[in-house]
Design a protein around this ligand. Structure first.
Ligand code: AMP
Length: 283
């Protein structure tokens, strides 16, 4: 695996690979890799000639009081994991290399609709930071396929919108959430949790599971199921940012049951903000 730090070098390399007709798969990450990230890498390895992974903690997507400066870093372990999975190139730029001195552009996708819901309401500017970094990474890698996790449901919707609206050529693949044995959605931020908080954090996935069960096996209304879910979640976590029953494509809250429903949650356990979601397909 070759480690590349310079954006220009990456662009030259991807141009050469494209000229040779290679199919490039790309997995953007912020590092502190776990099985969720690695499931994306494995899929990329299966579907492409060349796999590029990026590790870049993108300052543009963090708010002033968020965890940018203490975001977990497990560089040696990440590198070993990616070598084991036969990744071809690891892009690992510094912030200075990536956003050179005069960098001043913003890509804003889903600006009127998708951005103003769920996490977008609570993390102003976050998704502009995401689309800006992803747009730049798509140009640099010239990937054919880009791999994202359903764990960040809103993020994947906004990226698909950017690709559609701005005619990017990348095909976006969204893969299922990888969970710990007890159901907790894997996240780099789980490292922040104390043993006690780790137990409280389980309430996110348990609430989603319970709500899913009620959608499947009860006749209760969307509002009733949501109210009960929120009440139960509030008993375990310190703050609920949202627990919404939504359409998984538009992210609009829904009032009535429909064929495809998503339940999305964001809550704080101590100082750690966790997100999770589940998609329910009704036949
Ligand atoms: P991050 O490093 O948190 O920016 O995540 C990089 C990619 O990994 C994103 O597309 C995430 O949605 C995805 N990802 C993070 N956690 C999981 C998980 N538990 N299962 C599947 N994909 C995940």
């Amino acid at each position: 695996m070759q480690i590349i730090k310079s954006p220009k070098k990456l662009k030259n390399l991807s141009s050469a690979l494209k000229q040779k007709g290679k199919r490039i798969g790309f997995v953007p990450t912020m590092g502190a890799l776990h099985q969720g990230h690695l499931s994306l890498v494995d899929r990329a390895r299966k579907q492409n000639d060349i796999v590029i992974v990026s590790i870049f903690v993108n300052p543009l997507q963090f708010g002033p009081n968020e965890d940018y400066s203490r975001y977990p870093k497990t560089w040696l372990q990440d590198k070993a994991n990616l070598i084991k999975r036969k990744v071809d190139y690891l892009f690992f730029p510094s912030v200075e290399d990536f956003y050179s001195g005069t960098f001043d552009s913003v890509i804003s996708a889903g600006a009127q609709g998708l951005q103003n819901k769920l996490c977008g309401k609570h993390r102003p500017g976050h998704f502009d930071g995401v689309t800006t970094v992803v747009a730049k990474l798509f140009h640099l890698t010239q990937a054919d396929h880009a791999y994202f996790g359903q764990k960040d449901l809103q993020q994947s919707c906004i990226i698909k919108k950017m690709v559609k609206d701005l005619d990017f050529t990348q095909k976006i693949k969204v893969l299922p959430i990888v969970r710990e044995k007890d159901g907790l959605a894997m996240s780099s931020r789980n490292q922040y949790l104390s043993e006690k908080d780790r137990l409280r954090a389980l309430s996110l996935s348990l609430t989603l599971k319970q709500m899913k069960k009620e959608f499947r096996h009860s006749k209760k209304s969307v509002a009733e199921i949501r109210r009960a879910g929120t009440q139960s979640l509030k008993k375990s976590v310190d703050r609920v940012d949202y627990l919404e029953v939504i359409d998984p494509e538009t992210l609009e809250s829904i009032k009535n049951r429909q064929k495809k429903i998503a339940i999305a949650v964001a809550a704080y356990v101590g100082k750690t903000r966790l997100i999770d979601n589940v998609i329910i397909r009704n036949s």
